[in-house]
Ligand binder design. Sequence first.
Ligand SMILES: Cc1cc2nc3c(=O)[nH]c(=O)nc-3n(C[C@H](O)[C@H](O)[C@H](O)COP(=O)(O)O)c2cc1C
Length: 426
Amino acid sequence: MQGKRILLGVSGSIAAYKAAFLVRLLVKAGAEVRVVMTASAREFITPLTLSTLSKHPVLSEFTTTDGTGTWNNHVELGLWADVVLIAPASARTLARCAHGLADDLLSAVYLSARCPVFFAPAMDLDMYQHPATTENLRRLTSFGNRIIEAESGELASGLVGQGRMAEPERMVRVLEIFLTPENTPNPLKGAFLSENFSRENAPFRGLGVLITAGPTQEAIDPVRFISNQSTGKMGYALAAELQAVGAHVTLVSGPVALPLPHPDIRLVQVRSAQQMFEAAQAHFTNADVVILSAAVADYTPTHPADRKIKKKEAVFTIELSKTVDIAATLGQQKRPDQVLVGFALETDNELENARAKLNSKNLDLIVLNSLQDPGAGFGHDTNQVTVLDRNGGVQKIPLQSKQELAKDLVEIIAKLVSSTRVVLKS
Ligand SMILES: Cc1cc2nc3c(=O)[nH]c(=O)nc-3n(C[C@H](O)[C@H](O)[C@H](O)COP(=O)(O)O)c2cc1C
């Protein structure tokens, strides 16, 4: 966001009060913000508030009223912006933009903009569902604009349903990820954070999700084992988030010190890589989405001792054998309607290695953790990852708590699930 030029268009909706929070968050994130308001938006929130927060005069009219003949150059404003965000977008403003009416400053700026444009609609549920509005939204997306869909909940009218403008935090997040230079979204079928994801709509309702999490322990003898530093926090956060968006979650977990995030999550506790493989295999067929976040041992002692090994030899050697490659095996069995997500932790040639793993194991997405990033990886409560998809898309998700990251990953997976299903249907 640092230095990005965001032109915020505010139109006449009760949600206009949220524009103040939005401007504050955008400025705090380092963006330069200019605000254009429709005439009716000024009834809902004063230009003074938004000009103070954005540190720029707020514009509404084509010309000034001081008799000097000065005019606000809509073309310049349109060209100035890196992104135009119209939030809230009223039904009327959507209609104006969908039909190219340049009859106020905001819609003229919209027509002049060469940059990406996002609309965040806000209105009562019947207005939102009206064919006129849905048709206008469809037209706007067909022109290449992006919609940050309204959320469901209690509306200002007292009715309950979809129509509430997305929260400012969410809009900032969508823009942040959109503007990250390393991100190369594939507009057709990329697995990127979707602008029209609404958590409240329980997008995973009815879907079976299998998640593996935590480390495995490979027995050397009855008291010793080989393991790794995985705590399971990322997998458990994903399980919690997927359960919250309606999925039936089966969590196959290695030994961890974490509570089950929700009683409806089916927990299958395992210890070794072989047990994890067998449990994952048993639940694979019924899963629509499979997320392999466990840190599974690659090697296991070939001959674990029945009894505790005594300290005798100066040098003690343990023979290790390869474990089953869970991701590769499930990747071979994957049906076209299933989505398979893997995790990778790399220390060198990270992107190259992760992409090779994505392809060789027939994954749909791979989430790359880097040990080189401070605050990321094992044991931390935060994580920073890069997500690679099969279309060559690369998306870097900034450092944040594992809970917040789980939300972003679930959103990316939701988009992939819906595109997989659309492709299957057509
Ligand atoms: C109290 C109140 C709340 C309103 N809220 C909305 C709203 O949330 N969404 C919407 O599309 N219109 C809403 N309207 C109607 C718009 O303000 C009206 O259609 C206006 O002409 C929009 O103009 P604009 O798009 O140029 O800002 C509301 C009107 C009033 C009086």
